[in-house]
Design a protein around this ligand. Structure first.
Ligand SMILES: O=C(O)C[C@H]1C=CC(=O)O1
Length: 98
């Protein structure tokens, strides 16, 4: 099942630069592992915002929630999830080469 997620990151004003940098390193590792496993099919920066759109291929809602809540920055993210269904006009099922 494919899901589109938008993640907006909002760090508290009081968070120091070293703590932010540490979150970013850990986030990159977590995200990279998901991409290597083929669970996270892609991630795109929203231009001009500290936010991304990502696509996940998971078995269901519970798995997606577990994955999203495992992001190191989860406590500082607002996440909106959109389930994706096949469009009748789609010419391929293989958009991500899966
Ligand atoms: O930089 C971001 O958009 C935050 C974060 C959320 C997932 C990820 O890989 O990075």
């Amino acid at each position: 099942m494919l899901f589109l997620a938008r993640m907006d990151v909002v760090f508290p004003e009081s968070m120091d630069a070293a703590t932010k940098a540490d979150f970013q390193v850990r986030e990159k590792e977590y995200s990279g592992n998901l991409q290597q496993q083929g669970i996270m099919k892609g991630i795109w920066r929203v231009v001009g915002e500290y936010a991304n759109y990502s696509i996940f291929d998971v078995d269901g809602h519970d798995e997606l929630h577990e994955i999203l809540s495992g992001f190191p920055m989860f406590a500082y993210m607002n996440v909106k999830v959109t389930p994706l269904a096949k469009h009748p006009n789609a010419t391929t099922d293989d958009f991500f080469g899966a």
